[in-house]
Design a protein around this ligand. Sequence first.
Ligand SMILES: [Zn+2]
Length: 440
Amino acid sequence: MLLKKTELHVHVLQCLYTEDLFELAKNHYTEINWNRFDFLNKYESIFGVKLNPIEIFERAVRTGSLEEIEEVYCYKFRGEGNFDEFNIKSYFAICITGYYYDKENPEVVLKCITERHKREGLTYVEYRNGFGGSSEEWKSWHARFARFFKEACTDTFTAKYIVRLGDYSLLKEIIEENPDLIDTIVGVDFSGKEIAPENLENFYKEVSIDRNNDPDKTVDVVVHIGENFYDKSLESAIRWCHQSALYGAKRLAHCIALGIDPLIAISRCNEAHVYESVKERIAQIKYDIKYMEELKTYNVKINQTELLAELEILYTKEPNEKIYRNYNQQRLLDITNRQNYVLDELKRIGTIIEVCPTSNLCISGVKLIEQHPFLKLYNSRVNLVICTDDPGVFDSSLSDEVDFIIEQFHISPKELCKRLGDPYKFRLKENKFVNSNKRK
Ligand SMILES: [Zn+2]
């Protein structure tokens, strides 16, 4: 099944499964810095549990049971899930891999990952990865990783590399200094805390200019967006997805904001989406006026006079001041219509949404699987690809993710394949992609 062969969204270290972590740490667990990036303290503050990884590994080695390690590391669906809980669990792997990085031997870790993917029968994988460190360290580590993936390729397995930004000029330096990696480094990614697309406008412009000048050396852009957006209104979260596509991101990861039922979205936690900054509200009003005619064709109610009056008041406030706006039935209906508009827009532009079913379920905070944002995306015409995101942390391979969709949503494999097509066609630096970023 082609859907199970191409993986377009995985984070390198979160590809490690519990068994991989055990193998990597079983002879070194007493030497590992378990508080790397403040892991132990953050874990305790989020889960209220003081971990003792050395004792956990001692027991695992003695008994052969990996249950405790799995309990610490894996993130399972439980209805109230959120990004922070998931995120801190992924640090567990980072403590272990950090041991190998410090010893300048990251290839041990990477081999574990690519060998697993080869065994799973994947034929094409785009690995995304991020680093801290000085500019020189950042460049040399990314080049080293990219080179590993280049060398891991075989006749039946292709690995590509996506760099988390970061500084775009440094990425260009890597490509200039390592011409052998031009074909391997295919993209840049923005993940972690979501960035307002407007703040990336100059970056997107630069990429566009570079692509015109030298398409072979220019990367595509992918972005995590509409995934973790409690701090803003639903309208703004939807707008961020749209703007990312308009600016030229080729694939958008998650876009839960476009798929989730707005009533469920605002019920997920106290005061969800009722506050946002003045700055964000101003951006939303400007957007609504700019796209007023299009939004009206989707039955979104726009009153320009009221919006302009609101804008005048907002200009008297501090940009970071939080303003409160409640939801009523009309507003919720408008949000559904806005989702429909943006999904059609993404289809028109040619943008692809990366759906990560388990990740979206665990992090989105929906109570029931039937409320999963996937269904709305699936029932639209938008380009979709199924990915895993963090297969190790979620303990779910690409094959599992595809089966999850088939079983949970009662979609036949044939129907799913027909709707989605071969995900390979959505790979980065696939030359046929043209962002037709023009207004209708
Ligand atoms: Zn991701």
